[in-house]
Each structure stands twice: as structure tokens, then as C-alpha cells.
Design a protein around this ligand. Structure first.
Ligand SMILES: NC(=O)c1ccc[n+]([C@@H]2O[C@H](COP(=O)([O-])OP(=O)(O)OC[C@H]3O[C@@H](n4cnc5c(N)ncnc54)[C@H](O)[C@@H]3O)[C@@H](O)[C@H]2O)c1
Length: 259
């Protein structure tokens, strides 16, 4: 379905092969964007592209500058500059703070913060060159606003970084008519959550169902968040309704953390 509100403007989504990124791609397509889903997993990005009637999808590793440069070249030659860029690619691994190795730390920061930084530069360069403004949405987390999160210290560090980086980008890019915001989801039912449920059940020596119940008990609205809950807020930020919103970190978590 094509909602038409976006009049075929281009939107690029990273990590769009599954979970939240796939839902964002579908929601933006539904609202009339031409969506180019990208992912480290090229076939997964292509599956999302099929569901969005997209003209293309790219294999894009946000940690790899050459991969980003290639995506920029392809976008320029085949589709033109994006109006909207959603940096959603992210990773997590649950373990106690004292067990996180330097390699684990580099990996998490490398995808979630450095990768998002480099992707943001690529997006902003395309938008600045085109001179038509734009909108960048960075997917942070509830764990980008509070560190009272078990077994995710490296992830917390990366997501606090995303919230700060979003403000710095918003501040500098406003002069080019580019808005930059982050979105902070709570407990979202995706493959990342499935992995976290299993890790946390092991670390707490309890069951996956008991951990899921903890997530729900921690959420005043008493349900697990859906990828679509996040996608609709991203679509709002990408819309003209949010024309004067920039530098924000929008919580979408059913009340699990209020600041
Ligand atoms: N699921 C949650 O509860 C939750 C909560 C808050 C924030 N988030 C954030 O939402 C985003 C999406 O998470 P999700 O739950 O959909 O996870 P997911 O694991 O289902 O999807 C993540 C996608 O990112 C891709 N990816 C991983 N490394 C990449 C790289 N280097 N370059 C490009 N793509 C890469 C994966 O292939 C995958 O398709 C992440 O940034 C995550 O931190 C998730």
C-alpha cells in the first residue's frame, strides 16, 4: 500500500533486514516513501525490499567505510539523494560488566556508535550536496537514557553515545535544513530480544518466560513493544508534522523509563 504523503521521496534504512529496521522500511513505504533497505545481510535486505516494493536494496556494513562509500555511489547514480536516512543497525550481547572483553567492547561500539557516526556522515554529505535538507533518525534505546540495565554496559555506553551524537549532528546540520533525532525503544519483540531473553535467563538462572514477564512488569502499559510501535514514531519524525523537531531523543517504551 502506498499512503502517498511522502510523494515518492527517498528513504534509506540501515539494518533493515529484520526486526525494527524491516518495520520502519514497511511503514515508510506505506506512507509513500521510496525505500531502499540496506543490511549487513544482503539477502535479508532484499527480502524487506520485496515487501516494500523497493526499487533496490544494498548489502551495507555500517562499520566499513568502503561499504558506505559504495552505497553512496550507488544512491547517487541510481536514485539521487535521500530525504530520510534511518540509522537502525545495531548489535547487543548480554554479559556482566567485568566479563566484557576489549574485543566485545570494540564490536559493540563499532556497530552501534562508530558505524552510526560514519553512516550519519555519509547521509549528511549526500543531503548537504543536494541542498534540499533532510531528516536523519538514529535508533538509540531506553538504555541510551538510563544505565540501570543489567548485563549491557557496552551497549549502554554505545547508546548514550548515540543520544549525544544525535544532538551534535542536529546542532551542526540545522544550518543545512537537516533535522536529526533519535528514537529510544524499550523491550521490543525482535530477534535481538530473543537472544537477550536467552542470555538473561541463563545469567539469572531462570526461564525465558520469567524474563519476558519481568520485561512486561517493568512496562506500565503491560505488553511487549512491537517493531511497529517504533516504526510509527520514526515515520512521524520523518514527516512534516515534525518539521521543527530536532536534537530530540524520543522515548517509545510504554512507560518503562520516563525522563
Ligand atoms: N529489540 C529491542 O528491544 C531494542 C530496544 C531498543 C533499541 N533497539 C535497537 O533497535 C535497532 C534494531 O534492533 P532489532 O531489535 O531490530 O535487532 P535485529 O537483530 O532484529 O536487527 C538488527 C539488524 O541489524 C543488522 N546489522 C548488524 N550489524 C550490522 C552492520 N555492521 N551493518 C549493517 N547492518 C547490521 C542485522 O543484520 C539485523 O538485520 C538496534 O539499533 C537496537 O540496538 C532494539
Amino acid at each position: 500500500m502506498n499512503g502517498g504523503q511522502a510523494d515518492g521521496r527517498l528513504a534509506v534504512v540501515t539494518g533493515a533486514g529484520s526486526g525494527i529496521g524491516a518495520a520502519i522500511s514497511l511503514e515508510l513505504a506505506r506512507r509513500g516513501f521510496v525505500v531502499v533497505p540496506t543490511d549487513l545481510d544482503g539477502p535479508a535486505a532484499a527480502r524487506t525490499a520485496d515487501r516494500c516494493d523497493s526499487p533496490a536494496s544494498y548489502r551495507l556494513d555500517v562499520t566499513d567505510q568502503e561499504s558506505l562509500d559504495q552505497a553512496v555511489r550507488l544512491l547517487k547514480s541510481q536514485h539521487g539523494p535521500p530525504s530520510v536516512w534511518v540509522s537502525n543497525a545495531g548489535v547487543s550481547k548480554m554479559q556482566p560488566f567485568l566479563d566484557i572483553t576489549p574485543a566485545d567492547l570494540d564490536f559493540t561500539l563499532g556497530v552501534n556508535l562508530r558505524g552510526l557516526f560514519l553512516a550519519g556522515q555519509a547521509a549528511a554529505r549526500l543531503m548537504v550536496e543536494a541542498g534540499a535538507g533532510g531528516c536523519i533518525v538514529n535508533i538509540a534505546s531506553m538504555a541510551g537514557k538510563q544505565g540501570r540495565v543489567p548485563f549491557l554496559a557496552d551497549y549502554v555506553a554505545s547508546k548514550f553515545g548515540v543520544v549525544g551524537l544525535t544532538q551534535a549532528m542536529a546542532f551542526e546540520l540545522a544550518a543545512h535544513g537537516i533535522r536529526v533525532n533519535s528514537v529510544c525503544p524499550g523491550y521490543v519483540a525482535t530477534s535481538m530480544q530473543e537472544r537477550e531473553l536467552a542470555w538473561e535467563a541463563g545469567l539469572r538462572q531462570t526461564s525465558v518466560e520469567a524474563v519476558r514477564a519481568l520485561y512486561m512488569a517493568d512496562t506500565p502499559m503491560r505488553r511487549i513493544e512491537t517493531p511497529e510501535d517504533v516504526a510509527r514514531v520514526v515515520a512521524f519524525l520523518a514527516s512534516e508534522d515534525a518539521a521543527f523537531v530536532t536534537g530530540e531523543a524520543v522515548a517509545v517504551n510504554g512507560g518503562a523509563f520516563m525522563d
